[in-house]
Design a protein around this ligand. Structure first.
Ligand SMILES: CC(C)(COP(=O)(O)OP(=O)(O)OC[C@H]1O[C@@H](n2cnc3c(N)ncnc32)[C@H](O)[C@@H]1OP(=O)(O)O)[C@@H](O)C(=O)NCCC(=O)NCCS
Length: 158
């Protein structure tokens, strides 16, 4: 039986507590998907997978095991950003990544979005997404401010 016939794609918010823990270890394993370089915690997984009209998280499941995921957000001005996409190493190259991206693309009419952007520092992702028909978008400069004990989020909002 082919792998594709065993795969189901579920919404992240439908994951059980056990599945969320599985997802956390997969997200930690594929650490390059986290642009900030921070280690994922269970709270992050709960946040990303929670039901939200403008966020989408899907998991690919084979025989009860989470083997891949995609996270996308509807940003302002009608575009969707693909932030995380990963397939467990031993399941790569069998169509799962494409299935997950197509799941997000299928939501575009509902979101009335015009574009899907893929943001990544990872060349593998750029090559993959180009293969799926994405072309180079506007150049962005990615800046970050690390909030330390001195500058807290509360102070920054004053
Ligand atoms: C990138 C990634 C998600 C691709 O998922 P995958 O399940 O291995 O890819 P698929 O099997 O669905 O591939 C679909 C198509 O893309 C092609 N493809 C896969 N990886 C590719 C790559 N790195 N470069 C170019 N093409 C690629 C496949 O050959 C296939 O082509 P086809 O449809 O013409 O036969 C997966 O390799 C991965 O999780 N990598 C590690 C984590 C990572 O880098 N994530 C991205 C950062 S956010």
């Amino acid at each position: 039986m082919s792998l594709m016939s065993k795969v189901t794609i579920n919404a992240g918010f439908a994951c059980s507590g056990y599945e969320l823990k599985q997802l956390l270890s997969l997200m930690q394993e594929i650490k390059e998907v986290n642009l900030t370089g921070e280690k994922f915690e269970l709270n992050d997984v709960v946040y990303y997978t929670s039901r939200h009209a403008e966020r989408m998280f899907y998991v690919a499941i084979v025989e009860g095991k989470i083997i891949g995921y995609v996270y996308a957000v509807l940003e302002g001005a009608g575009y969707v950003c693909l932030y995380f996409l990963a397939v467990k190493k031993e399941y790569q190259g069998q169509g799962i990544g494409k299935l997950l991206v197509n799941k997000v693309i299928a939501q575009v009419p509902r979101w009335k979005a015009k574009y899907i952007y893929s943001l990544s520092t990872n060349q593998n992702m750029t090559d993959f997404i180009s293969h799926l028909g994405f072309s180079e978008g506007e150049k962005l400069t990615y800046m970050k401010l690390k909030l330390t004990d001195k500058i807290t989020a509360t102070e920054a909002s004053k």
